[in-house]
Design a protein around this ligand. Structure first.
Ligand code: FMN
Length: 210
C-alpha cells in the first residue's frame, strides 16, 4: 500500500521492519481539484518529514450508494465496511473537510454516523478545514472538535484552517498556515511515534478513494 495507490486493509496487520504510522485521511470535499486536499498534502509532507507514514484516503463523496443509502452499519456495502474499519484501525485520522454552510458537509458527518461508537476512543485525530474566507475558521472548534469529543478521540490541540486566499489553485502558499501545520504536528509527534505500529495494513483491497 502506498500514498499513490489508496487501498483498504481488510485483514490483520503483518509486521514490517520499521515503525510506520497508519494515517487515514477522511476527505469531505466533493471536488477532484480540492483545496482541502491541497492542505492535506502539506500536512502529510510535514508528517513525512518527522515519521514514516502509510496513508490511505477515503473520499466520502465517492463511496457510492452503499454508503449514501445506508441508514446503519448493517446496511453498508462491503467496500464501505472496509473503509469504516480502516478508519477505526488507523493510528492517526486526518479529518479534512471544506466548510459548507458554516459546518462540515452532511456527507462527512454521515461517514462518522456509521463509525462504531467507541472505535475512535483515545485515537489521535488531526482536524483540518478550508473555507471561502476566514469567517468560519472556528467551525473547526464548534463543529469538528465536538464531533470527535463525542467519540472520546484525542483531537490534536492545534487545528488547521486555510481560506481561499491562502492558495494558488489547490497549492497552499501562505507561510503562516505552513507554520501552523508544523506547530500542530510538533505538539503531538512524540505521541504519534509511540502509536506507530510497525505494521503494514495487510493484503490490499481496492476501495472507492482518491
Ligand atoms: C455548498 C457550499 C457551501 C459553502 N459554505 C461555506 C461557508 O459556510 N463558509 C465558508 O467559508 N466557505 C463556504 N464554502 C466554500 C468552501 O468551503 C471552500 O471553497 C472550500 O475551500 C472548498 O474546498 P475544496 O476545494 O476542498 O472542495 C461553501 C461552498 C459550497 C459549495
Amino acid at each position: 500500500m502506498t500514498d499513490a495507490s489508496p487501498t483498504v486493509a481488510a485483514t490483520p496487520a503483518e509486521p514490517v521492519a520499521s515503525a510506520t504510522l497508519r494515517v487515514v485521511v477522511i476527505n469531505g470535499s466533493p471536488n477532484r481539484q480540492s483545496k482541502t486536499m491541497g492542505l492535506v498534502d502539506v500536512i502529510l509532507d510535514t508528517l513525512r518529514g518527522m515519521i514514516s507514514i502509510d496513508t490511505t484516503y477515503i473520499d466520502v463523496y465517492r463511496l457510492g450508494p452503499g454508503f449514501t443509502g445506508a441508514l446503519g452499519r448493517d446496511e453498508v456495502s462491503p467496500d464501505v465496511e472496509a473503509a469504516l474499519r480502516l478508519a477505526e484501525q488507523a493510528d492517526l485520522l486526518v479529518a479534512a473537510t471544506p466548510i459548507f454552510r458554516g459546518s462540515y458537509p452532511g456527507m462527512f458527518k454521515h461517514f462518522f454516523d456509521l463509525v462504531e461508537q467507541y472505535a475512535l476512543a483515545n485515537k489521535p485525530v488531526l482536524l483540518a478545514a478550508t473555507g471561502g474566507g476566514e469567517h468560519h475558521a472556528l467551525a473547526l472548534e464548534h463543529a469538528l472538535r465536538p464531533l470527535f469529543g463525542f467519540f472520546q478521540a484525542l483531537t490534536v490541540p492545534v487545528a488547521i484552517f486555510a481560506a481561499a486566499g491562502d492558495f494558488d489553485g489547490t497549492l497552499l502558499l501562505n507561510p503562516r498556515v505552513y507554520g501552523r501545520i508544523e506547530m500542530s504536528i510538533r505538539d503531538v509527534i512524540d505521541l504519534l511515534r509511540t502509536r506507530a505500529t510497525g505494521a503494514s495494513l495487510g493484503p490490499d483491497v481496492p476501495v472507492p478513494g482518491r
